[in-house]
Structures are given as structure tokens and as C-alpha cells.
Design a protein around this ligand. Structure first.
Ligand SMILES: Cc1cc2nc3c(=O)[nH]c(=O)nc-3n(C[C@H](O)[C@H](O)[C@H](O)COP(=O)(O)OP(=O)(O)OC[C@H]3O[C@@H](n4cnc5c(N)ncnc54)[C@H](O)[C@@H]3O)c2cc1C
Length: 300
């Protein structure tokens, strides 16, 4: 009922959509059952229309970026997945960049480098969108989104577009206000510093080569599965527990970086969840540390 009503509305609203779309095609883990409806708005008006149509039809909806921090249920996702990865755009100022939520962090970093704008080099290699990075306060190599963001525009739960400054975003370790208020980030503005493009490129390449040296980038994954425990590293604790290479079905603890679970082929969401439980129990028994997942579980 809700789905049919939503589809007939979305047809008139312009956004592309697909029914029963495998989420394994839209997550870096390459895992996940079908989304009932998968919508890809190209701009804010299509997004606003899709959200309002889902609300009117009483259909649940969930917003995604590049799906690089998600573990989607094998049973799929009820309702609409609204994926923002086609909602792109960068507007450069002298020291600023206003960027649409669906822009990939990788392409943003490359554009800023060419323009001689430094500050986001640390994010080169994070395989998400700007919206996902702000939502997660993504970070690496000592930098975090909170260090460079100035403001963000978002759609609040009542359907109003609002703009807030960095101080109101309540950033913490992989945390932002958007995890509390259910807002959909539309765009973000970053403050950057003028720098020589060659030096920026050097730093980006340095960070990227550190990633390729340490991370199992040749396998599908969702990055670090666990949050960094206070004063420790999840990967070190997992390795100490002798779990490198441990596997359930097609899911395995990476032998290259024990903080990653990789999909070695045909892994299911249940395989990954079971492996996560095994890791948590063994690390808790061996080191007394209760690991918390960073990866977000969604779906039925
Ligand atoms: C190989 C690899 C390396 C990684 N390295 C890092 C790293 O160094 N540092 C790091 O922090 N992370 C890292 N990650 C994790 C991931 O890339 C980040 O968390 C990224 O910011 C997620 O962005 P996304 O667009 O893929 O979001 P998704 O995975 O699609 O979504 C993540 C969450 O954000 C929400 N969301 C997405 N877009 C919006 C929006 N516009 N408005 C509101 N909510 C939104 C979703 O609802 C979901 O809850 C890595 C992942 C992989 C696979």
C-alpha cells in the first residue's frame, strides 16, 4: 500500500528509482539483501520530494551515501533507501568549499588539491560521501571533519531546511548531532588554507600509501569494524587474541589488518555478525575490553 503510493508519487517527482534493488551493489562490503525501493535523487528538490512522498505514503526511509560504513541485513531493507551519491557539486571560494552531500570525499580532495586548498588531505582514501563523513565525523591520521567544517545545511525531521554552525554539531569521536536529530545533511561548507598544490598532493599521496600498506583494500569491507577503545587499538587486541584469519562463511578477519573484516567471497550479513560476536567474546575474555562496533547495522 505505502510502497505503491510512494512509487506512483516518485514517478512524477523525477528521481530515478529501482524496485527490489540488491544492497550488495551499494555497499563497500558487497553484502545485503534487497531494498524495497532504491531512490537516487540528483538534486535537493528531488530529495525533498522523495522524503515528503515517503512520509505521505507512510513508508519508512533510510538515507545512505556510498554505503562504506554499513552492514545491511541479508533480508534487505523495508521501505525506501534514499541514496545521495548522485547529489554532487562543489562551489569554491577563496578559502572555502561548499559541497553537496553526495560528493565523494576522494573527488573532493582531488578538486581541492588542484585549487591549492589544503586541510582535508587526511580524508583522501576515506571511501564515503561528504554527507556520510559529516554524519560520522570521519577522521584519519590525526584529522577529523570537525577540524575543517564551518557549517552544514540539513533537512530536519519536520521537513524544514536549516543551517547550523560547527559548534552546534556536537562532534565527538565518530559522532555528530545528526545521529541524534535524524537530519539529512544536504551540504557542508569547509574552511581551508591556501597552499601549494604540489605539497597538498604529497601529503595526500603519503596518507594514501600508508593506507594501501596497512589496509586490505583488495577485498570488500566496511573499514574498521570496531570503534577505537580508550588507550588501545581494536586491531592489536584482536591480533593478540589470535584471531587474524578467523572466519565464518565468507567473512574473515583480515590477515593484513585485524581491525577489518573482509568479504572473501559470498559473505552474508549473518556471517559477519557471527564473526563480530566471536571477536567480542574472545577479546573481552583475553583483554577485558568490550569492543563496540563502528559499522552500522541496518535492515530487517
Ligand atoms: C576501506 C575503508 C576505509 C575506511 N577508512 C575510514 C577512515 O579512515 N576514517 C573513517 O572515519 N572512516 C573510514 N571508513 C568508514 C566510512 O568510509 C566512513 O564512515 C564514511 O564517512 C561513510 O560515508 P558513506 O557516504 O559511505 O556513508 P554510509 O555508509 O552510506 O552511511 C553511514 C551513516 O551515515 C548516514 N548518512 C549518510 N549520508 C547522510 C546524509 N547526507 N545525511 C544524514 N545521514 C547520512 C547513513 O544514514 C548511515 O547511518 C572506511 C571504510 C572503508 C570501506
Amino acid at each position: 500500500m505505502g510502497k505503491a503510493e510512494f512509487i506512483s508519487a516518485i514517478k512524477s517527482g523525477g528521481a530515478a528509482f529501482a524496485e527490489n534493488e540488491p544492497m550488495s551493489k551499494h555497499t563497500t562490503f558487497k553484502i545485503g539483501g534487497n531494498a524495497d525501493v532504491f531512490v537516487t535523487p540528483r538534486d535537493e528538490s528531488e530529495l525533498l520530494f522523495a522524503v515528503s512522498a515517503a512520509k505521505s505514503a507512510g513508508l519508512p526511509y533510510y538515507v545512505t551515501g556510498n554505503g562504506s560504513d554499513l552492514l545491511v541485513s541479508d533480508k534487505g531493507i523495508e521501505g525506501a533507501v534514499i541514496c545521495l551519491e548522485k547529489m554532487r557539486g562543489i562551489s569554491l571560494g577563496e578559502n572555502t568549499a561548499a559541497v553537496s552531500a553526495g560528493q565523494s570525499m576522494m573527488s573532493l580532495c582531488l578538486s581541492l588539491q588542484k585549487a591549492g586548498l589544503g586541510g582535508l588531505e587526511f580524508a583522501y582514501g576515506i571511501p564515503g560521501t561528504v554527507g556520510g563523513a559529516v554524519y560520522m565525523n570521519a577522521g584519519a591520521y590525526g584529522g577529523e571533519i570537525k577540524d575543517v567544517i564551518v557549517s552544514a545545511r540539513y533537512l530536519d525531521k519536520s521537513g524544514e531546511v536549516k543551517e547550523i554552525g560547527k559548534d552546534e554539531m556536537r562532534f565527538g569521536y565518530r559522532k555528530s548531532v545528526f545521529q541524534e536529530n535524524g537530519g539529512i545533511i544536504l551540504s557542508a561548507t569547509f574552511f581551508l588554507n591556501n597552499d601549494d598544490p604540489e605539497s597538498i598532493l604529497e601529503r595526500m599521496n603519503d596518507y594514501y600509501s600508508r593506507r594501501t600498506a596497512k589496509q586490505p583494500l583488495d577485498y570488500p569491507s566496511a573499514g574498521s569494524v570496531f570503534r577505537r577503545p580508550e588507550g588501545n587499538f581494536a586491531g592489536t587486541l584482536i591480533e593478540k587474541s589470535g584471531l587474524k584469519g578467523a572466519s565464518v562463511g565468507g567473512a574473515a578477519v583480515s590477515v593484513k589488518h585485524a581491525g577489518f573484516i573482509v568479504n572473501t567471497g559470498g559473505a552474508t550479513s549473518e556471517d559477519v555478525k557471527e564473526l563480530i560476536e566471536i571477536i567480542k567474546q574472545k577479546v573481552s575474555a583475553d583483554s577485558g575490553v568490550d569492543l563496540q562496533t563502528e559499522v552500522i547495522f541496518i535492515g530487517r
